[in-house]
Design a protein around this ligand. Sequence first.
Ligand SMILES: CC(C)(COP(=O)(O)OP(=O)(O)OC[C@H]1O[C@@H](n2cnc3c(N)ncnc32)[C@H](O)[C@@H]1OP(=O)(O)O)[C@@H](O)C(=O)NCCC(=O)NCCS
Length: 155
Amino acid sequence: MDYEVICVETSDLLREAFAVRLEVFVKEQGVPEEEELDVYDAEAVHFIAKERGSNKVIGTARLIQKSPEIGKIGRVAVLPDHRGRGVGTQIMQVIESFAHERNLRYLELDAQLQAIPFYERLGYTASGDIFLDAGIQHRKMTKTLHRAEKETSTT
Ligand SMILES: CC(C)(COP(=O)(O)OP(=O)(O)OC[C@H]1O[C@@H](n2cnc3c(N)ncnc32)[C@H](O)[C@@H]1OP(=O)(O)O)[C@@H](O)C(=O)NCCC(=O)NCCS
């Protein structure tokens, strides 16, 4: 199966992104529904992964800009039947390119303990104490994005 990751630009796609989050975080992981959607959803840039053939949305994540240099990734979710096929990695890579183009320097996220190896493979480093969010143990993780070298003119 071939997947495509795009930035959400319509309310229909946003609804589908929220449906994936509901399925994964609320139904699968038991996060209270009232905590799943939050005030940051209004300002976040949302991304979805869809099957190229069917256009079915099967994954999502969001990016919040915390300052001119810092972005926070959150709500990374892939439906169970589509896990282990590189979709989560593809979503993270598209978000990183997007962040890079917008001159963000650092990406941070709150990782569930079970997901830390997934983020470590992508270059994120855990720091600080374990904390609870929605009853699930998390640690903070960060990654520095490398800026493209400035072009130098020889003429
Ligand atoms: C975490 C999640 C987004 C990963 O998505 P995915 O599409 O399965 O990830 P990928 O297929 O790109 O995995 C890349 C690698 O990370 C590994 N990996 C993925 N999830 C992992 C996890 N939870 N723990 C350990 N390793 C994991 C995969 O095995 C894979 O390694 P491989 O290349 O050797 O097979 C997905 O498992 C998910 O939605 N989980 C439930 C929600 C969740 O926990 N979100 C994170 C909240 S912080």
